[in-house]
Design a binder for this molecule. Structure first.
Ligand code: ISE
Length: 350
């Protein structure tokens, strides 16, 4: 935990993994976030980290991620490394008491996610925030406030659409569950304050334009402990745009977000329209800024509050892993699969 006085100093952040997401966070911290600077970068491609460090005043590249975490001149960590490396890196952050913002997934399986939750709980302080950025998006925040305000009555259903224009060649049907559905899992838990208890995946006729063997689209059907039904269209090879929509149906009305309306322009005769959102970087850019700024602020206040998190916790990461695990089984079996999770009350402090 930062033990020096941060009131007149920037938080020194190590960004581990400087691929698409990590490099985006480095640029964000360097230009749009106050109270923090990137002090260390790391990547499994060492030269990439070295080249990036050379462009940032006062920044060093450290080749070993665990050394970067332990470095005394690092106050906090952003983990944007591949999922399978998270368990070790998160445990190192806990060992060195370094607050960490971890991009999803928390870890890649239920047992290791649970172990991370337990180890953090044993410390009696929250150090791990999980990067579910949609909770920081204005539209999701509005929808959440509308639900919590009770105007629409009890929520009954969510209809979600998750479309990507394209995915990389290595993206397979399981990644649709673990990388794409995972956001809808977190959105469901966030909006409804309800745990997901079962998952079914329906595989319609695949898009003939998708890579051979990729089940795309997929329809996920989630049931919650409170009996709510959530359906999600996951379609990651539309060739069109980044489209993420959520419609809530409640007892006294419905509400929809993600229409991507923005500016509507009338141009050539007989034509009207707006711009297409190409990827999650544009759609959720402001949400990422808010997420990182609030995290930095929480970490800077941490010495007084004893809490280094302002957003989704390790428990939220564990719950998402558990639901996606059931989702992967459901993808194979075609049947509804029950989600296995421990009772939160059995881990004091989780
Ligand atoms: C990607 O990893 C993301 O996190 C995006 O938000 C999601 O839309 C995409 O499907 C994932 O592959």
């Amino acid at each position: 935990m930062p033990d020096h006085n941060l009131s007149d100093q920037d938080l020194r952040v190590a960004v581990l993994g400087v691929g698409l997401m990590g490099a985006d966070h480095v640029a964000r911290i360097g230009s749009r976030i106050s109270g923090a600077r990137v002090a260390v970068v790391n990547d499994y491609v060492t030269e990439k980290a070295e080249q990036l460090a050379a462009t940032i005043p006062g920044c060093r590249a450290i080749a070993d991620p665990l050394e970067a975490i332990a470095d005394p001149a690092v106050d906090a960590v952003v983990l944007a490394t591949p999922g399978p490396t998270h368990e070790k890196q998160l445990l190192a952050c806990l060992e060195h008491r370094k607050p960490v913002l971890c991009e999803k997934p928390l870890t890649t399986d239920i047992d290791t996610s649970l172990e991370v939750v337990r180890r953090e709980a044993e410390l009696g302080t929250r150090l791990i925030q999980v990067g579910f950025m949609r909770r920081f998006d204005d539209e999701y925040a509005h929808l959440k406030a509308l639900i919590d305000g009770g105007e629409l009555g009890a929520p009954l259903l969510l209809h979600c659409v998750h479309r990507n224009p394209a995915v990389p060649d290595h993206f397979d049907s399981v990644m649709t569950v673990r990388d794409s559905l995972v956001h809808e899992v977190d959105v469901t838990r966030f909006l409804l304050d309800d745990e997901i208890t079962s998952v079914q995946i329906v595989k319609p006729q695949p898009n003939s334009l998708a890579r051979e063997g990729l089940f795309d689209p997929q329809i996920a059907i989630l049931e919650t402990a409170g009996g709510r039904h959530v359906d999600v269209e996951l379609f990651v090879t539309t060739g069109v745009a980044y489209e993420v929509r959520t419609e809530l149906v409640a007892e006294k009305g419905s509400a929809m977000i993600g229409l991507d309306v923005g500016l509507v322009r009338k141009g050539a005769p007989g034509v009207w329209g707006g711009t297409i959102t190409p990827s999650f970087k544009e759609r959720f850019g402001r949400a990422y800024d808010t997420e990182i700024q609030r995290w930095v602020d929480a970490v800077r206040r941490g010495a007084e509050t004893g809490n280094y998190v302002d957003g989704p916790t390790a428990w939220d990461g564990y719950a998402a892993t558990a639901v996606c695990e059931a989702g992967v089984q459901a993808l194979q079996s075609g049947q509804p699969v029950a989600v296995t999770m421990v009772d939160r009350a059995s881990i004091p402090g989780a």
